[in-house]
Design a protein around this ligand. Structure first.
Ligand code: GRF
Length: 208
């Protein structure tokens, strides 16, 4: 079976990126990671890519005069590398409607809570887990979803629960959620590799 080509976007530490790299290297993912892109030149994610001989590109909108020029560059990178799936893994910027439309249902994101709750503006990093604990819910989790033009919004591909414990701090909860992210993201990518993802309206169906 042909392997799908991935582009991963990351702004920070890149532990999700690392889990994807490890699963590919272990032969558990039918994918080839062609390029890692970061808006942040100091992102450790870029370092992780380089260590594994993966193309690492620092690319920020600030380097271009217009949004269109930035988008041209991104789309050219996708084309050159024959990218099948764009994976956002802790990418702190939003992609433009033009890029999202060009790769409709081929851009995915991971969120450290059960969307549609605890998502949207300001809901990133530790803030998500603080809000979860403050709300008193007993269950949180991880969501992998398609990226559409609304933040943390597109069709949900997979979700997995994580229990909120009475003595959890935002940090202890974040740690357990992150471990689940590392497993779930690769599972979702593998579904794309096996061509099992079908989007109907706002729903994702997983083919048998
Ligand atoms: C993860 O919690 C992910 O859900 C969110 O950003 C974080 C990135 O972590 N979108 P890492 O850089 O992969 O360690």
């Amino acid at each position: 079976m042909r392997k799908i080509n991935l582009a991963v976007f990351a702004s920070g530490g890149g532990t999700n990126l690392q889990a994807i790299i490890d699963n590919i290297e272990a032969g558990k993912l039918g994918a080839c990671l062609k390029v890692v892109i970061s808006n942040n030149s100091n992102a450790f994610a870029l370092e992780r890519a380089r260590k594994h001989n993966i193309q690492a590109i620092h690319l920020s909108q600030k380097m271009f005069a217009t949004q269109d020029e930035f988008d041209d560059k991104l789309l050219a990178i996708f084309q050159e590398n024959q990218i099948d799936l764009v994976v956002l893994a802790g990418y702190m910027k939003i992609l433009s409607p033009r890029v999202i439309r060009a790769y409709k249902n081929r851009i995915i994101n991971i969120h450290p809570a059960l969307l549609p709750h605890f998502g949207g503006k300001g809901m990133y990093g530790i803030h998500v887990h603080e809000a979860v604990i403050a709300s008193g819910v007993k269950v949180t989790g991880v969501t992998v979803h398609m990226v559409d033009e609304i933040y943390d919004h597109g069709p949900i591909i997979m979700q997995k629960c994580v229990l909120v414990l009475d003595d959890d701090t935002p940090e202890s909860l974040a740690e357990r959620v992150l471990k689940v992210e590392h497993e779930l993201y690769s599972c979702a990518i593998q579904l794309f590799a096996e061509d099992k993802i079908e989007v109907k309206g706002n729903k994702v169906h997983i083919k048998k």
